[in-house]
Structure formats: structure tokens, C-alpha cells
Write a protein that binds this ligand. Structure first.
Ligand code: NDP
Length: 240
């Protein structure tokens, strides 16, 4: 049986690789994206994975979008909350809009998407949810009070929902990636990036595959005993 796996932010970067790996592992992935239609078209042409456009920060859009996915593909049994943005700035310069956009897109989206699938997962007594956090939610980062708060919130959200889902066959885990080479990181100035790489013990940036592999492990049917955990995948940059 092919389980339907929704991956938010699935058309680019880490999300694309998650879709590819899940497809290879026998799942039926569906990617959600915000507005970059040409990237989404290229992604579907490359991978054969369908893309659905809606804003994960919009509660109603998520309920409608997930209903459409379920109508086309079947019940959603795997959800990967991966969509995320940065709007960096130090606190004294950060606007409310920067704060709010990051909290809504990175954190409120987890609530919006989980609400759309949780009833079905409870009824079927099976579900796999993986939330993508960040090393910067674990360690903090200069210029990112919005992003660090949202990502840190994801780690608490994960543990609370894991407790609620445990008796219903639903596991909820988080991954906290370190710096992974995607558009998000390509936007960081070269000299800053060099300094960042110098702090990573394995001496390189992460590859989207480093994260996708872990998602495939966490969503497997036989990973039912792994729940409420946060897996740090950061090349040794930050250890707990
Ligand atoms: P990218 O910027 O490469 O891709 C972002 C994806 O999210 C795109 O598909 C984008 O759609 C989608 N997206 C953004 N906003 C929304 C929205 N409101 N509604 C629906 N979809 C949306 O990101 P990465 O692959 O780098 O990051 C993926 C996740 O991993 C994020 O949560 C990020 O915070 C986290 N992360 C990344 C790290 C890194 O080093 N790259 C490190 C640690 C964590 P569209 O193409 O339409 O814009």
C-alpha cells in the first residue's frame, strides 16, 4: 500500500529531496508550495510528484488544500511540515511584519496543517508527522529572534503532539538541520557562509539528502517507537 505523504515546501531545496526519497521508498508524495509556479512546474516535470499551491500560514487555505489533496490522492498518512522562510534582522530593526511572517509561516503552519490531518490519522490509528526545525531554534542565532522563536516553538509543539498521538499510532518527531545548501543558504553572503562552514566539524554544508534520509526513517511503518524526538543533523556544529 502506498501511503500519501504531504510535504510542505516540497518543490524546492530540502522538501524536494524529501519528496524524491519518499517516492523512491514507495510513498505517494504531494508537494505544497507558496507561489513560485515555475519552480513547481520544473519540480513536477523532474520528479513526477504533483504540486499543490496554497499558503501554509493561512488556516483556511490549509484545510481546503489538504481536502483537495485527499480527494485526488487519498487519505494523508504522512505529513512533513517543512515549509519555512527567513526574514532576518536584529531586534531593534526587525518590523512586526518580519516577526509575524516568520512565526506564521514556520510555526503556525504546523498547527494549520496538523489540524487538517489529525482527525483522519486518529480514526485510522496511524500517522507519521515530521516537523522541520533548525539548529538555530536549538542554539539561537544573531539577527533571528523571529526564526529562532518559531523553530524552537516547533520543538515544543512536537513533544506535546507526540504525547497526544502516542496512544493512536501517530508519531510526531522533529529534525533540526544545520546549514544545508539550498536557496535559503545561497542567499547568505559568501564571506558569512565561509565563517559558518569553519564552525562545522565535518567541514561542509549539509546536503538535502542528509535530511531526506532521516525523514524516510522517521515515517516508516516500523518506526513506531520513535516519537517526540528531535534529531540534530548539523555536521557536529551544535551538540547537546
Ligand atoms: P527553500 O527556501 O529552498 O524552499 C522553501 C520551500 O517552502 C519552497 O517550496 C516554498 O515555496 C515553500 N514555502 C515557503 N513559504 C510557504 C508558504 N507560506 N506556504 C507554502 N509553501 C511555502 O527552503 P529550504 O529547503 O532551505 O528549507 C526547508 C526547511 O528547512 C525550512 O523550514 C527551513 O527553515 C529549514 N531549515 C533549512 C536550513 C538550511 O540550511 N537550508 C537549515 C535549518 C532548517 P515557493 O517555491 O513557492 O516559494
Amino acid at each position: 500500500m502506498s501511503r500519501v505523504a504531504v510535504v510542505t515546501g516540497g518543490t524546492r531545496g530540502i522538501g524536494e529531496e524529501i519528496c524524491v526519497e519518499l517516492k523512491e521508498a514507495g510513498y505517494k508524495p504531494a508537494a505544497v508550495y507558496a507561489g513560485n509556479d515555475s519552480a513547481a512546474r520544473d519540480f513536477t516535470a523532474r520528479t513526477g510528484v504533483p504540486a499543490f499551491k496554497f499558503d501554509v500560514s493561512d488556516f483556511d487555505a490549509c484545510q481546503k488544500g489538504v481536502a483537495e489533496i485527499q480527494k485526488e490522492l487519498g487519505p494523508v498518512e504522512v505529513l512533513v511540515n517543512n515549509a519555512g522562510i527567513t526574514r532576518d534582522g536584529t531586534m531593534h530593526k526587525m518590523t512586526f511584519e518580519q516577526w509575524d511572517a516568520v512565526i506564521q509561516t514556520n510555526l503556525a503552519s504546523c498547527f494549520n496543517m496538523c489540524k487538517a490531518v489529525i482527525e483522519g490519522m486518529r480514526e485510522r490509528e496511524f500517522g507519521r508527522i515530521v516537523n522541520i526545525g533548525s539548529v538555530n531554534g536549538r542554539a539561537g542565532q544573531y539577527g533571528q529572534v523571529n526564526y529562532a522563536a518559531a523553530k524552537s516553538g516547533i520543538h515544543g509543539f512536537t513533544k506535546a503532539l507526540a504525547l497526544e498521538g502516542a496512544g493512536k499510532g501517530i508519531t510526531v518527531n522533529a529534525i533540526a538541520p544545520g546549514y544545508v545548501l539550498t536557496d535559503m543558504v545561497r542567499a547568505v553572503p559568501e564571506r558569512v557562509l565561509e565563517k559558518i562552514v569553519a564552525t562545522i566539524p565535518v567541514g561542509r554544508l549539509g546536503d538535502p539528502k542528509d535530511i531526506a534520509r532521516a525523514v524516510t526513517f522517521l515515517v516508516a511503518d516500523d518506526a513506531g517507537f520513535v516519537t517526540g524526538s528531535t534529531l540534530d543533523i548539523n555536521g557536529g556544529q551544535h551538540m547537546y
